[in-house]
Design a protein. Sequence first.
Length: 249
Amino acid sequence: MRLSTLLLAVLLPITANAAEVTVFAAASLKESLDAVARTFEMTTGHKVVVSYGASSTLAKQIESGAPADLFVSADLDWADYVEQRKLLAPGTRTHLLKNELVLIAPAGSTVSVMLAPGLDLGTLLGKERLAIANPDAVPAGKYGKAALTALGAWAGVEGKLARAENVRAALLLVSRGETPLGIVYRTDALADKGVRVIARFPPATHPPIVYPAAITASSTSAAAKPLLAFMASPEAHAIWARHGFATLP
């Protein structure tokens, strides 16, 4: 059998049943989920389309009827929001990943900060601003506000915030040198060589950073359930770990 014929024979069973699956995912998952999606596509023949953004924005879009098959949030609250409105398929929600919250500076910065109670971050900033995802709605910003409040630093920085629409936008402000400091996830810092981590927020200062994933109630994609299962597989765990995430059973 000619090689081209053999390849066709192998691929036909996969492509004949190929489906497209649309994922709404937290912006902090960009590189890692892209890698997971590519592996899933090569293995199954299905096509994965991912829309990244703030979990709050994606949840509201799903509520408004946006055609998503899977939702991966960066916190429990926005997954709860969608689930309470009966917009998630019952029994499909799983807690997929964990992350850490860090304080970053531009890669060339020499600033040093110790994240401990009594932190006076406002004085350290002076007339500069702190990059943070919108603390009123976006998970990374909410975690950041909680952590700074626990350390007694929130009042001193509340008027000095560079509020970004999502965590990657906050990361970019620091990477470009537009702000001297920013709060992002550890995985975001690993993805951008233009920044460096100067301190990790103690886990006790904020709620656990957990990424829930679930199939939406409106999904009709035959690839949604296989993709969700693959996201929690050992093969995907290795990919998540390479990008700095901790996986959950």
